[in-house]
Design a protein around this ligand. Structure first.
Ligand SMILES: *[C@@H]1O[C@H](CO)[C@@H](O)[C@H](O)[C@H]1NC(C)=O
Ligand SMILES: *[C@@H]1O[C@H](CO)[C@@H](O)[C@H](O)[C@H]1NC(C)=O
Length: 248
């Protein structure tokens, strides 16, 4: 028993297993109408007409003590490597500050207000990859071999979590008001089987965040994640709203 255990360690060291320098992944989303409401649209943000649900903010290697590795080097961002994901990235992981890529969705939706493009279409993707993706790749190379793996995993997690579908199942529709933070948290925990974390901006839902272990299995979000997000909901914890996405 002891011998085989030691042999296993020796084998692991010999083949160069890399040990994660972080504890879990924090997956954060945005609710589009909160990030880019009608009043700002066209001046300081832009809503892709294909965007019809929560969008990806980032998939971040985090430590339970609140620290996190960042900008871990490796290959620099290359848009060509994710070209096949482009049509999904533009509306599921939008920058809200780039008005590129408005084709390919419901033609009845028209939220393409004349807007300044402050950012190139891949500004946010490059930032997220360079700051966080490179660390996922460096420390968990068996999970993420490259930029494409990292970006496509985030898109997959967004679809898999389907926060909008969950809220609908729990009886909430876009436009809901008077939502109670504690109830919502309990209902979502019941739905997912783990604690996810609701984040607010004043009295409206800003996004929902989820936590994953190093095998990308859903896990309870650590208390500091929940605590930090909860503090953003505190003021209106018994009267939160989930604003309807408006397209014009
Ligand atoms: C877009 O960029 C402008 C100018 O830098 C900034 O004021 C605004 O907050 C940004 N909006 C979003 C949603 O990122
Ligand atoms: C997780 O990581 C993000 C960005 O890397 C950081 O902003 C945030 O504070 C971290 N949160 C916790 C609870 O570790």
């Amino acid at each position: 028993m002891k011998t085989s255990f030691i042999l296993a360690i020796v084998a692991a060291l010999t083949i160069g297993v890399v040990y994660a320098d972080f504890d879990f992944y924090l997956f954060e989303t945005f609710w589009p109408e909160t990030l880019c409401g009608m009043s700002e649209r066209g001046s300081s943000c832009w809503l892709n007409p294909c965007t019809d649900s929560f969008t990806v903010h980032g998939l971040w290697p985090n430590n339970t003590d609140g620290s996190y590795p960042s900008s871990c080097g490796g290959s620099s961002w290359d848009m060509n490597l994710v070209q096949d994901l482009y049509n999904e990235l533009i509306y599921k992981w939008p920058d809200y500050n780039s008005s590129e890529g408005k084709d390919g969705c419901d033609s009845n939706r028209n939220s393409f207000l004349e807007a300044k493009t402050y950012h190139s279409v891949d500004y946010l993707w490059e930032h997220e990859y360079t700051k966080h993706g490179t660390c996922a790749i460096k420390y968990e190379p068996d999970t993420f071999s490259d930029e494409h793996d990292y970006m496509s995993e985030a898109l997959y997690l967004l679809d898999m979590l389907d926060f909008q579908g969950a809220l609908n199942q729990l009886g909430y529709e876009q436009g809901a008001e008077g939502m109670v933070y504690d109830d919502l948290m309990n209902q979502l925990a019941g739905y997912y089987g783990v604690t996810v974390s609701v984040k607010c901006q004043s009295s409206i839902i800003f996004g929902i965040n989820a936590c994953f272990d190093l095998n990308l299995g859903l896990m309870d979000c650590p208390s500091n994640v929940v605590g930090e997000d909860k503090s953003t909901c505190k003021k209106h914890a018994d009267a939160l709203a989930w604003p309807t996405i408006k397209y014009e």
